[in-house]
Every structure is written in structure tokens, then in C-alpha cells.
Write a protein of this length. Structure first.
Length: 323
């Protein structure tokens, strides 16, 4: 090779680029997921076309058992990063939650409106609230944070860079999540829908250090998984869609199998079973449940019934202005 470039120079450059990790993770996931590498999306900030390392897709319904009106599917938008220097996460002292985690794409309605037998009022729920899935143990299985940094060298010292993690991990993942949901919007005439249960994931081949701050200083430990929350703003005619609190999961590469098989898939399977069970209610955005006036905030899913839609709701879409 010319210009004084040796084979070892090329090997070093490739090993530091992140591409080998992307290849390894893609091959590992192919046994369970359909894989698309370098999936393109529209960047939120620059409005340019970029690519996320991996889009992994898994159907959660069976063709042979018939087609429900809402067909659940698990989607993972994955960015891979490797570094010799650690990532440092400042862990939250309490659990943070958001209705925008996971991102649900492909549905016509943003939620469901229920009528009941003990009042003339109606009650509105997000999909997670409706199916009582927001109480699933998956949501409290990982430590959370809103701030993290990457260690970088500055002369002889190691310092924290707050911009590196956001620019190279958080922003591309959140941008891809937002664009994926926009891409999967159904037509207004659709009768069948794909419920895309979508997660943004960063796979790190680097030390992950969790920092817990206390009145005497801080404690630190190696962690395999952390959930990062990030506020983002968007241009949108619908005021409820202008601000979002996103959550993404950052996972050490050696913990990925455990995360997928012991945490993510059990959650996705529980979620999908409830979606298939109540697919007509979810597809129409309308339903009925007993006793909501007395108790409208817990155990709603076991009370759900199809086919008892009040006459004043038939033919109307309560989310008409929120398509």
C-alpha cells in the first residue's frame, strides 16, 4: 500500500470504527430477528439522511392462527459503539417513567376511549395504561439516568465529555425512533394495523460506570445496563406531539443476550398477547369496561369488553384531530 500505510494501520482503524461490533451484534441477533443494517432515517436536527447501525424486527403474531386487526411487532433500532475509555452514568435516585417508552408506531389512534356502566362519562387511556402494561417489572429492571458522559483524554488527564454521548449515541437513536414512527403511520382508510413496539438501544463495547451521588460524595460501580431519559422538541401541528420524553437502553455487549432473552422478550410477549386479545378495541379506539366511575386507574384490562360500544360513539373517532 502507498503513503506509508501498513496492514496494521488498517487493522487498527477498522477495529476502532465500530463496524466490527455492528457486524458481531447483527450476526448474534439473526437467529431471532430479521436484520437490516445501515437503516436510513431523517435526522431531527440537520434534516439530512443518516443511518442507524441495525434495525431488528420480530413478528409477535402467528400467520397460521389468523390475522388480528392489530398485529404486534417488536422493533429494535440499535447503534453500536466501542471505546477503550469508559462511559460514566450519573444515576437517578428515583425511577423515571414516560408514556413514550417504548415508542408505539403503526396505529391510527393515539389511545382508546372507554364507556362504562356506572356513569355517562367516557375515559381515555394510552395503550400501555389500557392494557395495564405500564406496571410491568421490565420498567423498573434497570437503573435510570438523565446525564451521562464519555471519558476522553486531555493531555495526560482523563476528563468527561458531555457532548460525545449525546451526539454519537442519544441523538441518532432518538432521531431514528421519531422517523420510524412517522414512517409507519397507517393510511386513514386502514382496517388492519401493525403495532410496532419500538425500542432505541445502544450497544457499548466499553466499560460502563454508574455514579450514585450522595451527601458525602459519590459511589461508583460497573453496570451492564442503564436506561437514559432525554427530552426532545419537535415541529408539529399537534401540540401534544411537540415535546417528548424519550428513553433509550444502553447495554454492554456482554449483557445483550441476557437483556434480550430475560427482560425484553418476556415483556414484548406479555404486551403482544394483550394487544391480540383486545385487537378490535385497539383498532377502533373504542371499548367498554365495567365500573370505571368507581375505579378507572387499575385493573382496567381484565374488565375490557368488545361489542358494547354506546350508540353515541358508533361511527365517531374520538381522536379525529390526532391522526
Amino acid at each position: 500500500m502507498n503513503s506509508g500505510i501498513s496492514e496494521s494501520d488498517i487493522e487498527y482503524a477498522v477495529s476502532k470504527s465500530g463496524y466490527p461490533l455492528q457486524t458481531v451484534i447483527s450476526d448474534k441477533l439473526r437467529n431471532q430477528f430479521m436484520i437490516k443494517e445501515e437503516w436510513s432515517f431523517l435526522d431531527l436536527k440537520t434534516k439530512e439522511i443518516r443511518a442507524i447501525d441495525i434495525l431488528a424486527e420480530l413478528l409477535l403474531w402467528d400467520f397460521e392462527k389468523g390475522q388480528p386487526r392489530v398485529r404486534p411487532q417488536l422493533n429494535l433500532l440499535i447503534e453500536c459503539k466501542q471505546s477503550e475509555l469508559p462511559y460514566v452514568f450519573f444515576l437517578s435516585n428515583q425511577q423515571t417513567k414516560t408514556q413514550d417508552y417504548p415508542v408505539i408506531g403503526g396505529l391510527f389512534n393515539k389511545g382508546v376511549t372507554l364507556s362504562t356502566d356506572d356513569t355517562g362519562s367516557t375515559f381515555s387511556y394510552s395503550l400501555k395504561q389500557l392494557l395495564d402494561i405500564d406496571k410491568h417489572e421490565f420498567f423498573s429492571a434497570a437503573p435510570t439516568c438523565v446525564t451521562f458522559s464519555k471519558c476522553v483524554r486531555k493531555g495526560k488527564n482523563i476528563v468527561l465529555s458531555g457532548t460525545d454521548g449525546y451526539q454519537n449515541i442519544v441523538l441518532p437513536i432518538i432521531s431514528s425512533l421519531h422517523d420510524y414512527k412517522e414512517t409507519e403511520k397507517p393510511k386513514e382508510t386502514a382496517l388492519y394495523f401493525d403495532a410496532h413496539i419500538t425500542f432505541g438501544i445502544g450497544v457499548l463495547d466499553a466499560p460502563m460506570i454508574g455514579i450514585t451521588v450522595n451527601e458525602n460524595g459519590h459511589d461508583q460501580e460497573l453496570i451492564p445496563w442503564v436506561r437514559v431519559f432525554r427530552h426532545e422538541s419537535f415541529e408539529n401541528e399537534d401540540s401534544s406531539e411537540r415535546k417528548k420524553l424519550y428513553a433509550i437502553d444502553l447495554i454492554h455487549k456482554d449483557f445483550l443476550d441476557t437483556f434480550i432473552n430475560q427482560h425484553l422478550l418476556p415483556f414484548a410477549e406479555d404486551f403482544s398477547e394483550k394487544i391480540k386479545k383486545h385487537h378490535i378495541v385497539i383498532a377502533t379506539g373504542k371499548g367498554f369496561a365495567k365500573g370505571l366511575d368507581e375505579n378507572s386507574w387499575e385493573n382496567v384490562e381484565p374488565r375490557l369488553e368488545k361489542g358494547k360500544i354506546p350508540k353515541f360513539l358508533i361511527g365517531k373517532n374520538p381522536f379525529k384531530n390526532n391522526k
